[in-house]
Design a protein around this ligand. Structure first.
Ligand code: NAP
Length: 248
């Protein structure tokens, strides 16, 4: 029996990067996977086929996590297609970096909306079906930047720190109903988001990490699979850092 056999998960923003790695890992562990994308339709369709080839159910949904009504619609659609939802992974996120001196209001608002408001939107929408089941695991992807801050990323750091406060509050609110809420804080994970960085900067990052390498989407996915599974039934309100020891 696989770790997540017969479970249904929703992963937001899984067309690329960490979300894609999470969707694949959870499918390998036997979960049926509903996932969203915003603009990468071809990649989403490819992933849908790749997951289905593992013998589980897979469906890609075009859905903007920053849109409250779209989140409600997504949960309605996934329930109609899959029958139940055991785990929600709030992964969708963006960066719009810049020093405060140059950061526009638009840059700030866009990041808060895509990274933090999205977590509220999806968690709010999933609350009712999870309460009905008296069981659920909500996993929010934050960042080490949300714990320690980062020059040039005040908008991103604020959104990720906000996710941590939100996670702990929901763990307190829903614990008595057997709904767990945890956060995973990746460090430097090599995806398209970090691929935009200069190679020299990347080399410096790798050197500064105790495990001497950038992380992979699969590294993050392992922690997510654990939190989705019954191996973590007594863990809620926690932030698990997946950062190669970057932040101790
Ligand atoms: P990425 O490679 O840029 O991929 C982002 C994913 O999110 C894409 O699938 C994108 O979909 C989706 N997305 C963006 N905005 C969306 C929205 N409004 N609605 C639905 N989907 C949306 O990023 P990543 O590196 O995998 O990061 C994934 C998560 O991990 C983010 O929350 C990020 O903040 C966090 N994180 C990353 C790192 C890192 O080092 N990479 C470190 C710490 C935390 P489309 O392509 O379809 O638009």
């Amino acid at each position: 029996m696989k770790l997540l056999q017969n479970q249904t998960v929703i992963v937001t923003g899984a067309s690329r990067g960490i979300g894609r790695g999470i969707a694949l890992k959870l499918a390998e562990q036997g979960a049926n996977v509903a996932f969203t994308y915003l603009s990468s339709e071809a990649k989403a369709k490819e992933l849908e086929a790749e997951i289905a080839a593992k013998g589980v159910k897979a469906k890609a949904y075009h859905s903007d996590a920053a849109d409250y009504k779209a989140a409600e619609q997504l949960v309605t659609d996934v329930l109609a297609d899959f029958g139940k939802i055991d785990t929600l992974v709030n992964n969708a996120g963006i960066t719009k970096d810049g020093l405060l001196m140059r950061m526009s209001e638009e840059q700030f608002d866009a990041v808060i909306k895509a990274n933090l408001k999205s977590v509220f939107n999806l968690t709010k929408a999933i609350q009712r079906p999870m309460l009905k089941e008296r069981k659920g695991s909500i996993i929010n992807i934050t960042s080490v930047v949300g714990i320690r801050g980062n020059a040039g990323q005040s908008n991103y750091a604020a959104s990720k720190a906000g996710i941590i406060g939100f996670t702990k509050s929901i763990a307190l609110e829903l614990g008595s109903r057997n709904i767990r809420c945890n956060a995973v804080a990746p460090g430097f994970i090599e995806t398209e988001m970090t691929g935009a960085l200069d190679e020299k900067v990347v080399a410096q990052w790798r050197e500064s990490i105790p495990l001497k390498r950038g992380g992979t989407a699969d590294d993050v996915a392992g922690a997510v699979a654990f939190l989705a599974s019954d191996w973590s039934t007594y863990i809620t309100g926690q932030v698990i850092q997946v950062c190669g020891g970057m932040l101790t």
